[in-house]
Write a protein that binds this ligand. Structure first.
Ligand SMILES: Cc1cc2nc3c(=O)[nH]c(=O)nc-3n(C[C@H](O)[C@H](O)[C@H](O)COP(=O)(O)OP(=O)(O)OC[C@H]3O[C@@H](n4cnc5c(N)ncnc54)[C@H](O)[C@@H]3O)c2cc1C
Length: 280
């Protein structure tokens, strides 16, 4: 049962409370309170970050800064108003339901560090960094997330915001497979970004959710493909490589064999949708 509720308004106050009380931070609470109710987290103290004086959602040096407490709904409005490439919007609009998007936050998604987290996938694709306070450290998201539910924070630290690249001229594909729409936790997901130059790859980024302890992305493979011709054989190669690299688990949602096959199939499906689909 929750006995202590705090709502700090400054960075120092929040940081001191975190050390003193050992309480759990929350913004939307859409992950935290589900876990408390399910008995997965046992705490009687929560610290609400929503009253913190913090920065605005903004674009700076072609990067998007998303502060803690920004909800998915606020982010979608900002993306639309500023005509940012719709990559993020395409992922965010699939998260939960309107109710969840009105409360839930990208920072909460990253702090939760689930390999099924849709915003975690977006942040890997967009080479995001997390900004911590009070230290002001800036850490690439793939170094910050250490495993399922595991992030590296000092006792006094918390996530203050996320910084992501804004990309133009990229083809984009995102799909998540799950049992039902709106409220699904994905069985597997794929995000793909391709920048082309004369039908050859100028840049490629490919990431998978729910098929490894963290989001699966491999920068060595991506680098090795620069300059290659974009065709079905290339995607068959990618499908094979990531089939072999994936290490999913069996859980109530799907078997590991099924998830591995999805890695292969979703990669080819991305190719078909981006390059072979005939629009009637
Ligand atoms: C019905 C339902 C549907 C959902 N659908 C999806 C979906 O489709 N895709 C998806 O990815 N997720 C989904 N989720 C999960 C959840 O909504 C998201 O992960 C959301 O982004 C969490 O944000 P929040 O602000 O609510 O996090 P909170 O619950 O407030 O916090 C999450 C965790 O982060 C910690 N934390 C919070 N803020 C900070 C901070 N500033 N610094 C350090 N740690 C912090 C908390 O202690 C907690 O452990 C769903 C959840 C529900 C209940």
């Amino acid at each position: 049962m929750i006995k202590n509720y705090f709502r700090p308004s400054t960075i120092d106050e929040l940081s001191e409370l975190k050390i003193k009380t050992n309480g759990y931070l929350f913004s939307g609470g859409t992950d935290l309170f589900v876990k408390i109710r399910a008995g997965a987290i046992n705490t009687d103290t929560v610290i609400d970050t929503k009253y913190l004086e913090n920065e605005e959602l903004k674009i700076e040096n072609k990067k998007l800064f998303i502060p803690l407490n920004t909800t998915y709904t606020e982010l979608r409005k900002f993306i639309k108003a500023n005509q940012i490439n719709p990559i993020i919007e395409n992922i965010v609009k699939t998260i939960g339901s309107p109710m969840i998007r009105n409360r839930g936050t990208p920072v909460g998604n990253i702090a939760n560090a689930s390999p099924a987290g849709d915003f975690v996938l977006a942040s890997y694709l967009l080479n995001a960094s997390v900004i911590l306070k009070p230290s002001s450290k800036k850490i690439p998201v793939e170094e910050f997330i250490k495993g399922p539910g595991k992030i590296e924070l000092e006792k006094e630290e918390f996530i203050y915001g996320i910084e992501l690249e804004i990309l133009d001229d990229y083809k984009f594909y995102f799909e998540k497979v799950g049992r039902r729409n709106a409220m699904i936790i994905s069985i597997a997901s794929i995000g793909l970004l391709i920048k082309e130059d004369n039908e050859k790859i100028k840049d490629i980024r490919i990431a998978f959710g729910s098929v490894a302890p963290t989001i699966l992305r491999n920068k060595e493979i991506e680098k090795s493909l620069i300059g290659e011709k974009i065709d079905k054989n290339l995607f068959k190669y990618l499908a094979n490589e990531f089939f072999n690299l994936s290490s999913p688990i069996t859980d109530v949602r799907a078997s590991k064999e099924y998830r591995k096959q999805l890695v292969y199939n979703l990669t080819l499906k991305a190719y078909i949708n981006l390059y072979e689909k005939v629009v009637i």
